[in-house]
Ligand binder design. Sequence first.
Ligand code: IMP
Ligand code: MG
Length: 179
Amino acid sequence: MTDRLVPLISQQTIAETVKRLARDIDRDYGDRPPVVVGVLKGSFIFLADLIRAMQTPIKRVELIKLSSYGSGTVSSGTVSMQLDVPAEAIAGQDVILVEDIVDTGLSVAKAFQVLGSYSPQSLKLCTLLDKPDRRKVPVTIDYCGITIPDRFIVGYGIDFGEQYRQLPDIYTLERPIEA
Ligand code: IMP
Ligand code: MG
């Protein structure tokens, strides 16, 4: 059995989306350097592209790690924080959380709860992809890249069982075809 990958979003569309998000952030932050917090592992490529497209100077980059998906394609429902940031990095700062996908919203809710407890001056969310169909908790997305249907996707940093992160385009992963 092999995974079947069907193209969904081209690298060109991703690049245009990243530019638009960076412009929107520049417009809003201008002279207020934000602290950018990326969510590992899925957002690492998006984060790298996004901050290089931004003109606004960044105060610092931090990384957090959340886990909700095991090795499967269905969220387990419980989110744990596996790597946290120092509270001093967040206190009094304008913080932008950078996610790859908002699906059920549970991961972002957890991250917002933890980061919010460190008393940032402001806390905003930037996500490359929004999958609103399976939302379990309401999430306000301040900077939203592309809204996608409820499909399992891979590529551009996003994995299935740690595979496919290196693909420059985004694909849907279709059910394996039995031989
Ligand atoms: P949520 O907690 O359900 O919103 O899930 C968010 C996280 O689950 C994302 O940051 C991704 O890491 C992962 N995820 C959600 N949908 C997909 C997908 O289609 N492919 C791969 N990972 C996904
Ligand atoms: Mg993620």
